[in-house]
Design a protein around this ligand. Sequence first.
Ligand code: GRG
Length: 297
Amino acid sequence: MSFLHDEWSRAAEKVELILAEALPAADAYPEVLHEAMRYSTLGGGKRLRALLVMGACAAVGGDVSRAAGLAAAVEMIHASSLIHDDLPCLDDDDLRRGKPTNHIVFGEAIAVLAGDALLTEAFAELARMPDKYGVSPEVTVRIVAELAQGAGSRGLLGGQAVDILSADQPCDEETLRYIHTHKTGALFRAALRSGALLGGAGAAELEALTRYAEWFGLAFQITDDILDAVGDAEQLGKRTGRDEYLGKQTYPRLYGLERSREMARECVRHCLEALQAFSDRAELLRELAGFVVQRSF
Ligand code: GRG
């Protein structure tokens, strides 16, 4: 995790270990399903959502080591959505994180099932938080509700549905905003809010981190659109030019590249404003806000 300080690189590596342990073993029957789940979850990705969980927990003075299971669960939900996103009936991509997509390796049927199984396993990992990490049952239930809403039809799944329905339609600002705040923003929001809840956030802190999350999600997605249009496929580990090919609604399509870049930087300023009342315990969140628009991968 070369874009981060050592402390946080180590935290991201710890998430990898927790994921490796939490996921069913590759040799457990039915092996192919478990291999497919592990293939798309382990050994890749920026782990941004896990870092946001830990960053929010740290920002409110919580014990970050107790957030490891939550961080792993959020990454499982994310991996589940990536597998489904790449399917032939959705974006039909053959490359992700620098390697062939799940359905290319395991076939379409197993990829669908691996995505479903990862989503389910994420909630099993959340249910283990009281025993494994001493998170109270009350906080666990609130976190389950946050993530279920973030992933469901009023969150990521809803955003994806509108994304598909609006392909090849004339661009319109309201629809674009809906797609981005839901398809991508909802899981960032749920990650930050649940990390904050686990860390014991008060109402004002939760509200400030929710604002940060919303601006962060937008900054991320505008940058993602820009990278799809002009980024380097090798560095990104996936094909570029897909949005244009699929007729997707994007910021560069609606506003042009320069204005989109400016908008992403404005989002980062809003992120930093939302953190104004926080001490240097929010340093990871400040760093991530800067990274998200400067990244090339
Ligand atoms: C099964 C929960 C579930 C959802 C299925 C397909 C679908 C519904 C939703 C698609 C959501 C999606 C993939 C949105 C795009 C978000 C995006 C740009 C992901 C890439 O995130 P990065 O750059 O990826 O953080 P890494 O590889 O670094 O983890």
